[in-house]
Write a protein that binds this ligand. Structure first.
Ligand code: FE2
Length: 203
């Protein structure tokens, strides 16, 4: 079974004014679709691998045939990272983390505001294309870090809870070079109930 582009759970203009409709449309129908298409092309000769969840391939990159390791890392990462991204966002603005996640963020980073600052700094200072991540490491500790390109925390043995796409394609139409403004806008759009469910499922 070929991988397919998931539908967005809201219209392209639903996150205005923070994320504009044109960016959301192109990001989903062009960029994400291209990752899906290239992942399928890379796995065309490996139907037994294509039958697996992409997350499983990313967790076990080292076991894949060398010829497809890099395409799966890049395009499989692009597919799963964007799938997680769309469902991390919601038109219901200014939600806050569920109590158990909020408590864990306090414990790990000092306060919710300090968490936001550290995450924003990771996203703002990432050089070039990549993602900032909130993830659980192998010992179920919350971590903030950035990874280049479409690398997935799954390939580090970590469970991603939320990732912020800082590729220019995610913000350039509206924000041009002002990546910090895009990062600031994202805090109004996060689907904390959904992110909280991911946290609950893994701790
Ligand atoms: Fe993207």
């Amino acid at each position: 079974m070929a991988y397919t582009l998931p539908k967005l759970p809201y219209p392209y203009n639903a996150l205005e004014p923070h994320l504009d409709a044109a960016t959301m449309d192109i990001h989903h129908t062009k960029h994400h679709q291209t990752y899906v298409d290239k992942l399928n092309a890379a796995l065309e000769k490996y139907p037994e691998l294509q039958a697996q969840a992409v997350e499983s391939l990313l967790k076990n990159l080292d076991t894949l045939p060398e010829a497809i390791r890099t395409p799966v890392r890049n395009h499989g990462g692009g597919h799963t990272n964007h799938t997680l991204f769309w469902t991390s966002l919601t038109p219901t603005q200014d939600l806050t983390p569920t109590s158990d996640l909020l408590q864990a963020l306090h414990t790990a980073f000092g306060s919710f505001d300090q968490f936001k600052q550290q995450f924003s700094d990771a996203a703002a200072t990432h050089f070039g294309s990549g993602w900032a991540w909130l993830a659980l490491d192998a010992s179920q500790t919350l971590k903030i870090y950035s990874l280049p390109n479409q690398d997935s925390p799954l390939s580090q043995g970590h469970q991603p809870l939320f990732g912020l796409d800082v590729w220019e394609h995610a913000y350039y139409l509206k924000y041009q070079n002002r990546r910090p403004d895009y990062i600031a806008a994202i805090w109004h759009c996060l689907n904390w109930p959904e992110i909280g469910k991911r946290f609950q499922a893994k701790v």
